[in-house]
Write a protein of this length. Structure first.
Length: 118
């Protein structure tokens, strides 16, 4: 008797060192393409998901891949403890876009910390 890949995932999950924070869907994703997820069992699933610090940008779009590659070659991440021109430009654009007369903004990617604007 052979074990299905999904049964293996579910069995492994019982022994996993990962905290069971969120319920998980019984889908073993092989890859993404555009707005589609392709499951290992052959299903093609329209990916409507967006949340938990995830932006629904789709998968594999050439312009998105080129932008990610350009940024990764330059710098992937840097702490807020060091000044960066790109961060200053982004803050200025965000303050202007908000249209609330803001002078400064502070962004956070961590859900427990609210994004503060003053």
């Amino acid at each position: 008797m052979t074990t299905s890949p999904m049964a293996t995932i579910l069995t492994t999950r019982l022994r996993s060192h990962l905290a069971q924070v969120f319920a998980q869907y019984p889908i073993e994703v092989a890859h993404g393409d555009g707005v589609w997820l392709h499951a290992r069992d052959g299903r093609k699933i329209l990916d409507f998901y967006g949340g938990h610090a995830v932006a629904g940008l789709g998968y594999g779009h050439p312009r998105w891949l080129a932008a990610v590659e350009r940024q990764a070659r330059q710098m992937a991440f840097q702490t807020n403890a060091l000044p960066m021109v790109i961060r200053e430009r982004a803050a200025a654009r965000l303050a202007k876009f908000a249209g609330l007369g803001l002078d400064t903004v502070f962004g956070s990617t961590a859900a427990p910390r609210p994004t503060r604007m003053r």
